[in-house]
Design a protein around this ligand. Structure first.
Ligand code: IPM
Ligand code: MN
Length: 361
């Protein structure tokens, strides 16, 4: 199989974690006779520094012409601490999501027995936690009209959703819920007791649910949902929600797996699919080789799955599990006896390359 991948390393720890994924994709390619061609492009603060634009046209162009995009992270503290900056790194990612019409961000949340001690919940609450957040990604308050009054004392962000925007992600989430490996339950997270947009979500989802009679649906207000994620995370199977609620509850949910650095995601739409860890650019760790590469590596596994390469994806996941079980973990997980980002990448790449897996078992 031959695939063209646009790689956007981005800011902060983006380059170092993404390089581990490329290393592992190369190991997979060598092992299974595939060809992955990479084209590197800029986005985020690095793109602003080099071109003045957080998302240069050639980056969009390359993504549109690729089979998939592998993205690292975005953001820089110099912008976070300057609320008046007009050009901001995050605008790059938001524009890319819009340009590629990546309307659904799929964020699986799993727990690993080897990491249960890191989560603030008791082990019995964590065993068997396995849910997927479907976060709407191209609408809502992120993309509504933004205004700041002349005198700078009044600001607003509109939250807008249309029925078709809700329908397309709802269908995707319901279809996912029907998969043999899922538990056929969908929870819509909204704030329908207050927000008009949430009431539209509820109405549309109620209507669509009739087409999926085998999927049980429940509805939960976002404030309650964020409590339920901590109280009883096992109850969730497919969680469907709008853009900002999805952003917030997915960071919260990452706590269950032991580290934000572990969670991967796929952003799908009408064409090219983008894969990225859910974590941010973690500038304090940038260039130190201490970031957790697993969120990116598991995103690469989702990419393999997307290419139809299930065996390859399963091997990467197995290798990830093996590093966790054997203590080959990064600093976020083991602050003293940690392994470097690049070493973890090497170990996983070696695991993939050792066909019989004898050497490491
Ligand atoms: C994420 C990030 C982004 C978001 C930022 C960097 C714009 O937090 O992918 O979750 O809010 O969507
Ligand atoms: Mn986020």
């Amino acid at each position: 199989m031959q695939k063209n991948i646009t790689v956007i390393e981005g800011d902060g720890i983006g380059p170092e974690v993404t390089r581990q994924s490329v290393k592992i994709l190369n190991a997979i390619a060598a092992q299974f006779n595939h060809t992955f061609n990479y084209t590197y492009h800029l986005m985020g603060a690095v793109a602003i520094d080099k071109t003045g634009n957080p998302l240069p046209d050639e980056t969009i162009e390359s993504c549109l012409n690729s089979d998939a995009v592998l993205f690292g992270a975005i953001g820089h503290p110099k912008y976070d601490n300057d609320p008046t900056a007009k050009v901001r790194p995050e605008q790059g990612l938001l524009k890319l999501r819009k340009s590629l019409q990546l309307f659904a961000n799929i964020r699986p949340v799993n727990t690993y027995p080897a990491l249960q001690h890191l989560a603030p919940l008791k082990a019995e609450k964590l065993e068997g936690v396995d849910f997927i957040i479907f976060r709407e990604l191209t609408g809502g308050i992120y993309f509504g009209k933004k205004e700041l009054s002349e005198d700078g004392t009044k600001a607003s962000d509109d939250c807008v959703y249309t029925t078709p925007e809700i329908e397309r992600i709802a269908h995707l989430a319901f279809q996912y819920a029907q998969k043999p490996e899922r538990r056929k339950k969908l929870t819509l997270v909204d704030k329908a007791n207050v927000l008009e947009t949430s009431r539209l979500w509820r109405k549309v989802v109620q209507e669509i649910s009739k087409q999926y009679p085998d999927v049980a649906v429940d509805y939960m207000f976002v404030d309650n949902a964020s409590m339920q994620i901590m109280l009883n995370p096992k109850q969730f199977d497919i969680v469907l929600t709008e853009n900002m609620f999805g952003d917030i509850i997915s960071d919260e949910a990452s706590v269950l797996s032991g580290s934000l650095g572990l969670l991967p995601s796929a952003s799908v739409g009408t064409g090219t699919v983008l894969f990225e860890p859910i974590h941010g650019s973690y500038p304090q760790a940038a260039g130190k080789d201490i970031a957790n590469p697993l969120g990116s590596i598991l995103s690469a596994a989702m990419m393999l799955e997307h290419f139809g390469l299930s065996t390859e994806a399963a091997l990467v996941r197995e290798a990830v599990k093996w590093t966790l079980e054997n203590g080959f973990v990064s600093k976020d997980i083991e602050p003293v006896n940690f392994y470097f980002t690049s070493t973890i990448g090497d170990l996983i790449s070696d695991y993939v390359k050792s066909t019989d897996h004898e050497r490491i078992n």
